[in-house]
Design a protein around this ligand. Sequence first.
Ligand SMILES: [Zn+2]
Length: 208
Amino acid sequence: MRIIVQQNAEIQNNNTINKDVRLPVYLYGHPVLRQKAEPVDLNEPGLKDLIDSMYTTMYESDGVGLAAPQIGKSLRLVVIDATPVGDRFPECDGRKMTLINPEIEILDGDKVCRAEGCLSLPGLSEDVKRVEHIRLSWTDADGNSHSEEISGFLARIVQHECDHLEGLVYVDHISPIRKQLIKNKLNNIAQGRILPDYPYRTAPKRRR
Ligand SMILES: [Zn+2]
């Protein structure tokens, strides 16, 4: 999830998994963003390096959350560091979490409308209705299990990222009328006509 004003960043193209290197962010229209992601095996070699490189990718693109499908890995893995919005949303302050195989239980069905952005949908921000009180269960990078009640904007970030694991993006939650209004923008992203200032991968071109 991206909500911070963008900064100028050097564009690199590097597709290898390296903890010091940014990974390209897969953009809206790429089929990997529509797949239901697979559970993570904690013994998978290279998992910690993958997590490190996801943090690097998130920080360098001014995100506060990134899900593995967004870097082309269809895995149930999310990194979040909500610290940059901690001054506006105190529940976010200092919250850095690696979510492996996360599960969400909705504790309060009342929905709140707030603006969201996404690294996979550059240049777009839309109001999204979501619940703001959930129970989140997850495993961290050291293999420890956690279960915690989470609310407010942090609950929104978690839901946004966990949607990616189900093959959903935030514009799936907006009204059909609103979606019709931004149809051209969505097409432009899917066809590589709107590009971000961080490394990216566009949807494969359709064959004629
Ligand atoms: Zn997103």
